[in-house]
Design a protein around this ligand. Structure first.
Ligand code: ZN
Length: 134
């Protein structure tokens, strides 16, 4: 964990999510995967809900999916973000859902079910992922 803390901004993370933010530094979306039954789980948790194993690894996602749902954040202002700020719940092709910014898509064009693809970028020196139209 020490190496992870040096490579990503710990303000965005906690011990459960360090691997996720560490993956973003390498431009990867890493999702927790049970080492016993191989099922993916998101958000991260210590025990597999399917087989109760405590052993896990990570798997890199392809970075494509569709918009399952979204909200438009209008207030309060978020430092480093333009307002209003669209935030999506993205269903990845692998079947898990992640929360990420949709700011590359004009708000009036965002649609449930829209195919999207991951875009890795830096915001205030923090490695992040957002999604744009595929
Ligand atoms: Zn399992």
């Amino acid at each position: 964990m020490e190496a992870a803390e040096k490579r990503h901004n710990a303000q965005c993370s906690n011990r459960d999510y360090d691997f996720f933010y560490e993956g973003l530094v390498d431009r990867k979306i890493l999702i927790q995967q049970c080492a016993a039954c191989e099922k993916l789980r998101q958000p991260p948790e210590p025990m597999c809900p399917h087989c109760h194993s405590l052993e896990w690894k990570t798997k890199a996602m392809a970075g494509s999916g569709k918009i399952y749902s979204y909200v438009v954040h209008r207030h309060p202002p978020l430092p480093g973000f333009e307002m209003p700020h669209p935030v999506g719940l993205i269903e990845l092709d692998e079947g898990v859902r992640v929360v990420a910014a949709l700011d590359p898509i004009p708000i009036d064009q965002i649609k449930i079910g829209m195919p999207v693809t991951a875009e890795f970028f830096q915001r205030d020196n923090v490695a992040m992922v957002r999604f744009r139209r595929a």
